[in-house]
Design a binder for this molecule. Structure first.
Ligand SMILES: *[C@@H]1O[C@H](CO)[C@@H](O)[C@H](O)[C@H]1NC(C)=O
Length: 311
């Protein structure tokens, strides 16, 4: 297959692009920067398309390449619906396939905070067969993007709702936990501040396991089209266990709660009691990485090494 990854140097996009390369596909990846294209994409056989994907000029550039591809994956970061909706519409508008051609596949990366329902027991337990919830205000816009993609008759539309991603460059664990822990480790009190919710359980996923799910659903789009997949480990991790592990690896003495200051912070500490099952049922997908807590030494070192590389 020919595959186009939007946001190919990102924490989800790069491992996904590499997984498609390893599986023998031809992979194009967008990046805004010439130097990222040269350092991160070209060396691992991802064909760079340098553009800002959210400008008219950028859309014309990537749209032309993507229109020739069989799979397009939106791995761009988004805090609202507009860019992602425009991105999808723009891709469809570039399609120019002869009648009777196979439909391309479009995979949108969403998040599973739209499933989170809070702290309780079985009433709050959820998976991809369950409807979305109104619990996390920050992500109430997600269905505005997911709906048109899932319902489109122009593509096999697939949604992957990723859990809180760890591994490699650390994703959100960088700014929320690792950065403040590293900074505090150099102070005298060695206590870092972060957003804490003692009972919170986090649905986590390693970026390489998420990449494997992208690959599996893309290769089976004919049966996965129109479906939502949750990408998270079979068991959630306790936020306070994650924080304790970060205390240990950073050499800190502890942490304290700085309080949630916006809806994203609240989502960050929200509990999503989730055990995905559709990825396994339709594609045999099973996450294989160590949990964040179990592998914390490796994940902390990888985050630190990536941070040094960015300098
Ligand atoms: C959270 O747990 C810590 C440590 O056990 C405790 O000091 C703190 O009061 C708890 N916070 C809340 C809001 O319950």
């Amino acid at each position: 297959m020919k595959v186009f990854i939007l946001g190919a140097t990102g924490f989800l996009g790069l491992p996904a692009a590499e997984a498609f390369v390893r599986a023998g596909h031809i992979v194009y990846g967008s990046t805004r920067s010439e130097s990222s294209a040269a350092r991160k994409l070209a060396p691992v056989e991802i064909i760079p398309v340098v553009c800002d994907p959210h400008t008219d000029e950028g859309r014309a550039k990537w749209g032309k390449v993507a229109a020739k591809c069989d799979v397009v994956i939106d791995c761009l970061t988004a805090t609202g619906p507009n860019d992602a909706v425009t991105t999808f519409k723009s891709f469809v508008s570039h399609l120019d396939r002869p009648r009777g051609s196979p439909k391309p596949t479009y995979i949108y990366t969403s998040g599973l905070w739209i499933n989170a329902r809070g702290m309780g027991g079985l009433d709050e337990w959820t998976d991809e067969r369950q409807p979305t919830s109104t619990y996390n205000e920050a992500v109430q816009w997600r269905p505005l993007v997911e709906g048109p993609i899932l319902e489109s008759d122009k593509v096999y539309g697939i949604v992957i709702r990723a859990g809180v991603v760890y591994g490699k460059d650390g994703s959100l664990f960088g700014p929320y936990i690792f950065e403040p822990a590293l900074a505090a480790s150099k102070t005298s009190d060695k206590i870092f501040e972060t957003v804490v919710e003692n009972d919170s359980r986090v649905a986590t996923i390693h970026t390489d396991d998420c990449a494997d799910l992208y690959l599996r659903v893309a290769e089976r789009a004919q049966i996965c089209g129109g479906q939502i997949f949750l990408a998270s480990n079979p068991a959630t991790e306790r936020l306070t266990d994650i924080l304790d592990a970060a205390v240990r690896v950073s050499g800190c003495k502890g942490y304290k709660d700085k309080g949630a200051s916006n809806a994203w912070d609240k989502a960050w500490v929200s509990t999503a009691l989730i055990k995905p099952s559709l990825g396994y049922a339709l594609t045999g997908w099973v996450p294989r990485k160590m949990s964040l807590v179990d592998g914390m030494d490796i994940y902390w070192a990888a985050w630190f090494a990536n941070k040094e590389l960015q300098k």
